[in-house]
Design a protein around this ligand. Structure first.
Ligand SMILES: *[C@@H]1O[C@H](CO)[C@@H](O)[C@H](O)[C@H]1NC(C)=O
Length: 209
């Protein structure tokens, strides 16, 4: 009887000894490489690495989209590095919109804290899923799919989002098309938009060519 108990005990000890790496807090003084940040030395890690206080205040919505996304991704919130999770705050002023965009690195879940938000996504077979969300509603946006959020009310709206990645990434479709130097001719060929429309959007979003 003593032997099996001893065996179980040694098994438990060896398992817990194997779990040496509880976390990999990002060393933000080092480079952000495709495989992530280097881990901070455990002795240098403090509780503040696991706390991010940047989502308490609203972002600046005085911009063309009347919206602000304040991220707490691994490059700002060292503690989430390697954990496959992160968060962001979304402020939408009246008339605000987060234009059609994707997060190539992770799925998203959004909870409306105040106001009302029309949110939706488009599946890869081009089916549309959208709904007006009110306070307390939660919606998910599967990884990589195009999606959007629009303030659907007459007051500002606030939401928090979390991601299944510490670096979900953000690519806004209109910025990808009209805020860089992709030649207008190529945009017109690949989108079927006319020249005037492309030039107008480049003018608004800061694109050239
Ligand atoms: C918000 O952004 C606008 C436009 O960039 C700027 O003029 C304004 O000073 C900013 N407001 C705050 C509080 O930072």
């Amino acid at each position: 009887m003593i032997l099996p108990i001893f065996l179980i005990f040694s098994l438990l000890t060896s398992t817990s000894n194997a779990a040496v790496q509880d976390f990999c807090v990002a060393d933000l003084t080092g480079p952000d490489t495709p495989t992530g940040f280097v881990c901070k030395k455990p002795a240098a890690v403090t509780v503040d690495d696991f706390v991010f206080s940047g989502l308490g205040a609203g972002g600046n919505t005085s911009n063309i989209i009347k919206a602000a996304v304040t991220p707490a991704f691994a490059d700002k919130f060292a503690g989430v590095n390697g954990l496959g999770i992160s968060m962001a705050r979304l402020d939408l002023a009246v008339g605000g919109v987060v234009p059609m965009h994707t997060h190539p690195g992770g799925s998203e879940v959004l909870i409306v804290v105040s106001g009302s938000i029309c949110a939706g996504f488009i599946s890869s077979d081009n089916k549309v899923y959208f709904k007006s969300l009110k306070k307390g509603d939660i919606m998910v946006f599967p990884r990589g799919l195009l999606h959007f959020q629009i303030n659907a009310g007459g007051t500002s709206a606030l939401a928090f989002v979390s991601f299944s990645s510490e670096r979900p990434g953000l690519q806004i479709l209109d910025f990808a098309l009209f805020a860089n130097d992709l030649p207008s001719e190529i945009i017109e060929k690949t989108t079927f938009l006319d020249d005037a429309q492309v030039k107008k959007l480049k003018g608004v979003l800061g694109g050239t060519g």
